[in-house]
Design a protein around this ligand. Structure first.
Ligand code: CO
Length: 138
């Protein structure tokens, strides 16, 4: 058992065009962009939006042969992942691995805004691609 409860950090949404998606969420939800970043190594550009309740992460592929590009090609735009913030991402990955969870990232990789992130396979999470993130200094 975890000694604490995961808290939802953001909901990830795959989009074709970041600028169109930002306009959509500004017009529909009044959401404002709090961060834009390109993660070249992961083939994505992203924007974090604040809706007042939960953060949204819009993800657009830089290349069609990236993981996200393939996701969009096969499924189209839509819900991509849910991210939970944890205080110690290595400890969580070790605990989940020991319980037989299928990890996409056995070790954390760099995420937006200096976070460290890791993905857990949807096969182990009732069909939901699940991301863990750890903020520096927490
Ligand atoms: Co995310």
């Amino acid at each position: 058992m975890s000694s604490y409860t995961w808290s939802v950090d953001h909901i990830g949404i795959a989009v074709h065009s970041l600028s169109q998606a930002i306009e959509h969420y500004a017009a529909s939800a009044g959401a404002t962009v709090t961060l834009r970043e390109t993660l070249e190594s992961q083939g994505v550009e992203l924007a974090f939006l604040s809706t007042g309740g939960c953060k949204l992460e819009l993800l657009a592929p830089l290349r069609t042969d990236s993981t996200l590009g393939k996701f969009l090609a096969s499924r189209g735009p839509g819900l991509h992942h849910i991210c939970y913030r944890v205080p110690n991402i290595e400890a969580e990955l070790a605990r989940l691995s020991a319980q037989g969870y299928q990890l996409i990232d056995a070790t954390p990789r760099p995420g937006a805004a200096g976070t460290r992130i890791a993905f857990i396979s949807p096969k182990s999470c009732l069909g939901v691609l699940t991301e863990l993130c750890e903020y520096s200094g927490t």
